[in-house]
Design a protein around this ligand. Structure first.
Ligand code: 5AD
Ligand code: SF4
Length: 373
């Protein structure tokens, strides 16, 4: 799979294109100079002069033929032009074959949009693959270097499309990970290494010989150099005492944990197939805070899961209120075709989801304010 980015305008745009490149490479795309070879073409536009805009219109218009020949081609337009609502609308009218139109503020979501477009295709034609160890990264994230340690997910939370589009869990070998991090550290450009995986806590279970995530952290921290290690995401059901102790005692490991709870209600957690209860989650939080008092805890929540009642939603509110996270992400449940939850009766109306997500976010705001005080 190939990507091709056309950048217009100033250094800011050039730099933002580096971000797009990173996201696309993370998704498995490789760069190409020839737009004929590309599976995704991104126009990062500039609005400073009419001429620049016209050029963009001309060049995007010229893609119509390519798109007709290869309907799977994804065309995205972003940047300053499309930040202007009217120009964005013009794009939509003039070039209905453009798949993604985003402004400067939402540029970072390009990966999500591409994935959304891909989902339909991938769901029809799913095949898994091994982790590629041959390509490097266009690292653009300042002093932080992302390092992927595994792909896929085995959990099949009933709302989630990840296991379908990313396949089963495959861990990279510790040797390959350590080699990559040694190079990153040797470059002297990065102070922080952030390990990435859908569920890093189950890292290494599929390897022979198997290795735990805590052990991986230990081995990475033995690399000489001045750097910190962060990681995401963790599934509550897979957090072990060994891991908590490693975070607590390893000076190189950041005292940060993103631990998505998704809901505070046991019936909903069960329907979500999360494999833990509210009580288990709260016990876990207590244990973690006990051993690592300065831990920065964050979480994800989904509101409006099928059949969620107001009362059950209030359990999520009370959990958030009880834990007082350092930050949360709140999502309205979104139906993903092909998932178990998509076939459940009792889908919650959008208006109710909106009300619930706003309630949860205002509670979070209130908590943050109080914590600041
Ligand atoms: N609808 C809404 N949010 C979802 N997430 C995953 N799948 C869905 C969905 N179908 C959220 C979860 C997860 C985060 C990365 O995205 O909260 O932790
Ligand atoms: Fe896997 Fe996370 Fe999706 Fe659950 S929410 S299926 S753990 S990626």
């Amino acid at each position: 799979m190939f990507y091709h980015i056309v950048t217009y305008g100033c250094q800011m745009n050039v730099h933002e294109s580096e971000k797009i490149a990173f996201i696309l490479e993370e998704m498995g795309y490789k760069p190409t100079d020839k737009r004929e070879d590309a599976d995704i073409i991104v126009f990062n536009t500039c609005a400073i002069r009419e001429g620049a805009e016209e050029r963009v219109f001309g060049n995007v218009g010229a893609l119509k033929k390519l798109k007709k020949m290869r309907p799977s081609l994804i065309i995205a337009v972003c940047g300053c032009m499309t930040q202007k609502i009217n120009t964005a609308k013009t794009f939509k009218q003039k070039f209905p074959f453009v798949d993604i139109i985003i402004g400067t503020f939402n540029l970072y979501k390009i990966g999500d949009y591409v994935r959304e477009l891909q989902n339909k295709k991938v769901l029809e034609l799913w095949e898994s693959g091994a982790i590629d160890e041959t390509k490097g990264y266009t690292r653009t994230s300042g002093e932080n270097a992302w390092v992927n340690i595994m792909q896929g997910c085995n959990n099949f939370c009933t709302y989630c499309i990840v296991p379908y589009v990313r396949g089963r869990e495959i861990s990279r070998t510790p040797e390959n990970i350590i080699k990559e991090i040694e190079e990153i550290v040797r470059s002297g450009k990065y102070k922080k290494i952030t390990l990435l995986g859908q569920n890093v806590n189950s890292y290494g279970k599929d390897l022979i010989p198997s290795i735990t995530f805590a052990e991986l952290l230990r081995r990475i921290s033995e690399i000489n150099g001045d750097f910190k290690i962060g990681f995401m995401t963790s599934h509550p059901k897979d957090i072990t005492d060994e891991l908590i102790d490693e975070i607590a005692n390893n000076e190189k490991v950041l005292k940060e944990l993103h631990l998505p709870a998704q809901s505070g209600n046991n019936r909903i957690l069960k329907l979500m197939n999360r494999k833990y209860t509210r009580e288990h989650y709260l016990d876990l939080i207590r244990k973690i805070r006990n051993k690592i008092p300065n831990i920065k805890l964050t979480s994800d929540f989904i509101v409006g899961f099928p059949t969620e009642t107001e009362e059950e939603f209030l359990d999520t509110m009370s959990l958030v209120n009880e834990v007082k996270f350092n930050g949360i992400f709140a999502f309205m449940y979104s139906l993903r075709e092909g998932t178990v939850a998509s076939k459940m009766e009792g889908q919650v109306p959008e208006e109710i989801k909106k009300i619930r997500v706003n309630k949860l976010l205002s509670l979070e705001k209130k908590i943050q304010k109080e914590e600041l005080k």
